[in-house]
Design a protein around this ligand. Structure first.
Ligand code: PA5
Length: 443
């Protein structure tokens, strides 16, 4: 198995039958995911995606990536949430070699967009706009600006060849624009929601353009998919889902995803969206948070050790570093570090991890350890699939629809109203009245 899990360090925090007692529910959840018969079952296309993905589109993705790599020094990837986090996570983790990938449209900061635009001065660039709906304000606004810049720089026809649109197969504003303008388009599959879409064109085009081996990524995901068809207590994804459920039931409300690799930061952001949007509803769900060790042991470490006893940790551990650095000897030993002379830095990190694990358990923080051998495309593909599959299982164990996100609409509707979008006039008046008299709460 490409992903393993060690749940031994939750003993004492959960009942001893934490796994056995959940096996029937896990079996049922697995069936609902595979048959698409549970809540949100229309969005379970990701379950078999590593096997059933569109091979012709995959070839087009590789060809488009090759063109981008040949004619662009920068690729600007425009998207938000599930339409960008997966690509950013994998590019950060694996490192790119090719055009620089910049991300835009993932917020509304004029300073951030200005800085991105500055970086394009004097550089050849292309744009990949990714939006399933095509109506999300943040990427739509960024796209309008970048499209204008491309047309100014390369002319209408030149710009057309540098814009790649990843969107719905047949519906939506972006699909309409792409067809009208003649952009090359890639598909966000109907049956896959944003946060489960990294292994579709949503993630694959930016990843391939960045030089990530997407064949290896899909092959790793496929191996994990096959591994996880083994039903029962030995299945690492079942163990993870059951352990999370048991810890939640036993009173833990926060899951901290921890890693000793700084390049993991955006993978943790992707994971937070995956679990937060899938489970955080109906007043339920673990709050997903993340820390980077050892850096955060010098800040958040205090709270983890001694603050409110709310949390458990899930550590993602890459067992073999890509590169090794050895600590040199110093004949004077002025810094007193000669007890480490000749030792690899990874040995020091390993002891930090082992010591932290025990300290946190002693402090009342149970620990799950997800182990992955290497930080390469194949293992990251497997890790993505592990977390997606376990998330689907977890959502069904919790009794929620893991594939909708009704809560995301509330801010959007208010923002549309306040921006004066046609059709929101009454709501705008109501909101403006409340905002000018903030003491008058809605209740
Ligand atoms: O997971 C999700 O569904 C969301 O994060 C969406 O991906 C995000 O809101 C962007 O939506 P869209 O791709 O329609 O622009």
């Amino acid at each position: 198995m490409m992903c393993q899990i060690d749940c031994s360090n939750i003993a004492g925090f959960v009942p001893s039958d934490w796994l056995e007692s959940r096996l029937p529910a896990l079996k049922s959840a697995d069936e609902r995911l595979r048959q698409g018969s549970g809540a949100g079952g229309g969005y379970t296309g990701w379950v078999s995606l590593p096997r059933d993905y569109d091979k012709q589109e995959f070839t087009r993705i590789e060809a488009a990536a090759k063109r981008i790599r040949a004619d662009s020094q920068i690729l600007v990837v425009i998207g938000i949430g599930g339409s960008y986090l997966g690509a950013r996570a994998v590019i950060d983790l694996l490192g790119g070699h090719g055009p620089e990938i910049l991300f835009a449209g993932n917020g509304l900061s004029s300073d951030a967009l200005y800085e991105t635009l500055q970086k394009l001065n004097g550089k050849n660039f292309s744009v990949n706009i990714i939006s399933k709906s095509g109506t999300t304000t943040e990427p739509a606004v960024a796209f309008r600006i970048l499209k204008g810049l491309l047309e100014e720089r390369y002319g209408k026809e030149g710009a057309r060849k540098r814009i790649y649109a990843t969107t719905d197969k047949q519906r939506g504003v972006l699909k309409g624009v792409a067809d009208a303008e003649g952009y090359e388009t890639f598909v966000v599959p109907d049956e896959i929601g944003g946060r489960y879409s990294v292994l579709s064109a949503v993630g694959l085009l930016p990843l391939a353009a960045a030089g990530v081996d997407i064949t290896a990524l899909m092959s790793g995901a496929h191996r994990a998919m096959v591994d996880f068809t083994a039903l029962g207590a030995e299945n690492p994804a079942w163990q993870y889902a059951a352990a999370r459920g048991a810890l939640y039931t036993s009173g833990k409300s926060v899951e901290l995803l921890c890693c000793y690799e700084p390049s993991f930061r955006f993978f943790a952001e992707w994971w937070k969206q995956l679990y937060g949007e899938s489970e955080g509803k109906e007043g339920k769900g673990l709050f997903p948070a993340s820390v980077e060790f050892t850096a955060d042991l010098h800040s958040m470490g205090q709270y983890i050790q001694e603050g409110q006893r709310l949390m458990f940790e899930t550590v993602v551990r890459f067992t073999t570093p890509r590169n090794e650095i050895y600590i040199p000897d110093d004949p004077q030993d002025t810094d007193g570090l000669n007890f480490l002379s000749g030792k690899p830095l990874s040995f020091v990190a390993e002891q930090a991890m082992r010591g932290t694990l025990l300290a946190h358990i002693d402090g009342g923080v149970p620990n799950l350890m997800v182990e992955v051998a290497r930080r390469d495309a194949e293992h990251i593909g497997a890790l993505i699939y592990f977390f997606e599959y376990a998330c689907g299982l977890s959502g069904y164990l919790l009794g929620v629809n893991p594939f909708n996100q009704p809560g995301v609409e509330a801010y959007k509707n208010n923002m549309y109203a306040l921006l004066g979008k046609p059709g929101y006039e009454a709501r705008r008046a109501e909101l403006e009245a409340r905002l000018s008299a903030p003491q008058a709460s809605k209740d």
